[in-house]
Write a protein that binds this ligand. Structure first.
Ligand SMILES: NC(=O)c1ccc[n+]([C@@H]2O[C@H](COP(=O)([O-])OP(=O)(O)OC[C@H]3O[C@@H](n4cnc5c(N)ncnc54)[C@H](OP(=O)(O)O)[C@@H]3O)[C@@H](O)[C@H]2O)c1
Length: 168
């Protein structure tokens, strides 16, 4: 299981329930990596998608303590259940943790890679991803050249977990 996230300079990921920045190249990168895969997300992140609908062409596993059905999504009520579904999904496809903050924090120890789009912005945030540069369990494995879109500079970074926890 891996995770994918877009962070600001100080690892902010969202504000008032929305992303901090919308970059078309990053959205394409997200789509290309997650198409045909399973994605694990929190109910609050699902609510930020257009129409609050699950992502197309992906198996959507939504963490929530509610039992209200969501069309096109599989509900999952706990982290152990999410890990079980991820393990089962990975027999057929890759599995990506796609946020938000609460879900990243709980599932990050089980992720092998983190694809981090690091944007050089300092926008105020109320949701954060853990600072992987400060975590000795994670090492920077790859870094793209610097890119720029609408005046925002960013890079695609790959971090590797040196001791991921087993899904089972
Ligand atoms: N920059 C990025 O790449 C990125 C990616 C995704 C999201 N975001 C941003 O992140 C923010 C949302 O993050 P968030 O932390 O507020 O919410 P979240 O992680 O998306 O969702 C939290 C919800 O997930 C459910 N949940 C979490 N842990 C659970 C558990 N152990 N068992 C069962 N259910 C569980 C609960 O749903 P119920 O309340 O229904 O029980 C909880 O309220 C938004 O601003 C969004 O735009 C940014």
């Amino acid at each position: 299981m891996n995770c994918i996230v877009n962070v600001s300079r100080n690892w902010g990921i969202g504000m008032d329930g929305d992303l901090l920045v919308h970059l078309s190249e990053d959205l394409r990168f997200f789509r290309e990596n997650t198409q045909g895969c399973a994605v694990i997300l929190g109910r609050k992140t699902l609510a930020t998608f257009p129409g609050g609908k699950p992502l197309k062409n992906r198996r959507n596993i939504v963490l929530t303590r509610s039992s209200a059905a969501i069309e096109g999504a599989e509900l999952c009520g706990s982290i152990p259940e999410a890990l079980r579904l991820a393990e089962e999904a990975e027999k057929q496809m890759s599995c990506w943790v796609i946020g938000g903050a609460e879900v990243y924090r709980q599932l990050l120890p089980y992720c092998t890679l983190a694809l981090v789009t690091k944007t050089e912005i300092d926008t105020a945030a109320d949701a954060y991803f853990p600072d992987l540069d400060a975590d000795p369990n994670w090492e920077l494995a790859d870094r793209s050249e610097e890119k720029e879109e609408n005046g925002v500079r960013f890079r695609f970074l790959t971090y590797r977990n040196l001791s991921p926890l087993s899904l089972s």
